[in-house]
Design a binder for this molecule. Structure first.
Ligand code: HEM
Length: 149
């Protein structure tokens, strides 16, 4: 296995945990804030920027992997086999939609002044993105936990 591939896969596999943890904390904080009527504070701001950075890092690593991974096979036959179709089409499509949702959760709430509205929107976008990511990881058959080493 070439080292650029192994290294990129290791990073991509690791950054998923940062994305998932930041997302879980974001979802937890939005629910608590909505129930207790809390404002959208500096920590919420930091968390949403951190999640955005992690998701975009994951997107860039994923795009590199898409070009060099032996799991991505560009051929018509790949579409007939669920294993190869997953890496060629399903993973990239689902994950790009999830990254778009995470991006929307940041950009569409940045200038909102109503804190409850802000938390609600952040919650909805992140729950949807989280469900897509978990579904995609489940479909990969690689399991939720682990690293390629
Ligand atoms: C939040 C977004 C993403 C998450 C959470 C995620 C998660 C994962 C996970 C868990 C793996 C398996 C790693 C392993 O076996 O150790 C993986 C592999 C991979 N991902 Fe992603 N991914 C994301 C976005 C993307 C995007 C946007 C692309 C393509 C543009 C992409 C392309 C790939 C490829 C090509 C592989 C490698 C298959 C291989 O060579 O074994 N990923 N991803």
């Amino acid at each position: 296995m070439n080292s650029l591939y192994s290294l990129t896969l290791l990073f991509h596999s690791t950054v998923r945990y940062f994305v998932l943890i930041a997302m879980l904390v974001t979802i937890y904080r939005s629910i608590i804030a909505l129930v207790q009527g809390k404002s959208f504070g500096p920590l919420d701001e930091k968390l949403s920027v951190w999640l955005l950075i992690m998701a975009h890092t994951q997107l860039i690593l994923g795009l590199v992997l898409y070009g060099i991974s032996p799991a991505v096979i560009f051929s018509a036959a790949s579409m007939k086999d669920p294993g190869t179709r997953y890496w060629l089409v399903e993973h990239i499509t689902t994950m790009i939609i999830a990254v778009i949702l995470i991006t929307l959760s940041r950009v569409t709430t940045k200038n909102l002044t109503d804190d409850a509205k802000k938390h609600r929107r952040v919650l909805i976008y992140n729950v949807l993105a989280g469900l897509l990511i978990l579904m995609a990881i489940q479909m990969s058959g690689r399991g939720f936990l682990g690293l390629p080493i």
